[in-house]
Design a protein around this ligand. Sequence first.
Ligand code: ATP
Ligand code: MG
Length: 572
Amino acid sequence: MLASKLYAPTLREVPSDADVISAQYMLRAGFVRKVAGGLYTFLPLAWKSLRKIEAIIREEMEASNAQEIMMPILQPAEIWQESGRWPVYGAEMIRLTDRHHRDYCLGPTHEEMVTTLVKNEINSYRQLPVNLYQIQSKFRDERRPRFGLMRSREFIMKDGYSFDSDEDGLDISYQSMYDAYNRIFSRCGLYFKPVEADSGAIGGSNSHEFMALADAGEADVIHCTSCNYAANIEIGQPGVIKQEEEPLQELSIVSTPNAKTIEAVAMQLGIPTTRTIKAVVYSIDGKVVLAMVRGDHEVNEIAVQHAVNGILEPEMATDEQMENVGLVAGFISPVGLVATDNLSIVVDESVMEMYNCCGGANQKDAHYININPKRDFNTEEIIVAPIRLITDEDVCPHCGKELRIDKGIEVGQVFKLGTKYSEALGATFLDNSGRPKPLVMGCYGIGVTRTLAATIEQSHDENGIIWPRSIAPFEVVIVPINVKDEALMDISTKIYTSLQSSGIDVLLDDRKDRAGVKFKDADLIGYPLRITISKHSIETGEVEIKTRKTGDVVNVKIDEVITSTKELLSTL
Ligand code: ATP
Ligand code: MG
């Protein structure tokens, strides 16, 4: 490809709404253009890199016996009604009606459609296992589209689904996808960790997320500094902290005017926050859920959702919702509270091990002191569960050693679905004794466009992107210093064509711009290698090869350029 023909308009100014480095560089370097919030056009450079990621995915899927298909993006509402997800999927689903007033959505995912497909085709255990995948645009009307390609409303996903006759079969399919995902992200050059993940409200199942570690990540990954343990913080199991036993003091009420926060209460009463209990109130599936943790701990919302078997993600309760169930915001504790159809009370395990602590008196401007949860909470009214977030002050639940928390970008997820969808949609097969059984399913997703952005988040410097060779838009750029110099252009073109015929993806920067401009663009776009051809090359018969990642420069003889380029590329 010739740079003079390449449609890659670079920008001097970074648009102010580009909130992460990957978005800034992709806009500046001419990879993408923003159409509206969370909607992007991919220009040739981005498209080339995305195609390379897709090619890696296809190779690894083929090697794992997964077959590519393509289902419609437009999905009829009926299949979602059958699975029960049409009413609960919420505002993230983009819904529309056709000219006959029939309801549709733009696929946010394809469990319903793929299950509907196979239910008509798979009848016998002899046809199993089957593993189908596709790579296509998905639509999610995210509440806050942001971080460029990482949280957009239309994005490219690889979604795959496995069908087995039993759990043992699913275990094999799952492991094979888990292994393939490890190979895919390694080949893409990402620094990542597979971590234990929330398996949703289905319960019991297994799930892993593949997290690219980077500061721009939205997820917190907890991992052990000694063993292999790594989990999304949402499912990290914190230990129970037992306070040293004390004689139980008498429960009494003290006045705490305007002390609505834990810090204010602790200050007014002159006690540490570790001797207070904190109330956080959620609304889950329309019900008010009171969550109690120790004053210095944070609530794990996913754990609260699981504790009450919630379907939808927790939202903060409004003042009105709290009033409706008799809660006095800022002064809440479970003492004397009764659970109802509209109110659940969930208490963290470590709270139950506290003595003589302080909590709200369920009336304005007052707190209880000397709460002893085992004595003062009505155990029939409360659910006790591990609902505090694990921290790096906890120890590894597997080996007891030190933990670390890092930010992660979820680039993929694998999931044992079991029979949730096959049962709901009636996808059964006859087992080897002729009995009908629901298909046992797994699902496997990769954010293709998010992977591209995650790579940039991990691999850049102040001058621009640093592509791993495997997904770089071009592996090599050739920069002739002066395109008017025929001898120099002659060498450049010869090197260009021989690199091309050796199968190297190369760009010749034949633009009339000054060398400085070309160097800046080469650094910004981030080609792994830059070959510079100057007057010096004619005199000495040598060209310069610069490695973007290390900044290392070597001078090589013109007739050794191909070998040296190949050698250098193999290290990148
Ligand atoms: P998140 O928790 O980040 O919203 P998710 O768990 O809802 O993602 P999945 O349903 O697991 O996403 O989708 C599979 C993959 O698709 C994710 O691992 C992620 O890489 C990608 N993905 C999901 N939502 C988006 C988005 N809004 N923009 C870009 N990629 C996305
Ligand atoms: Mg996910």
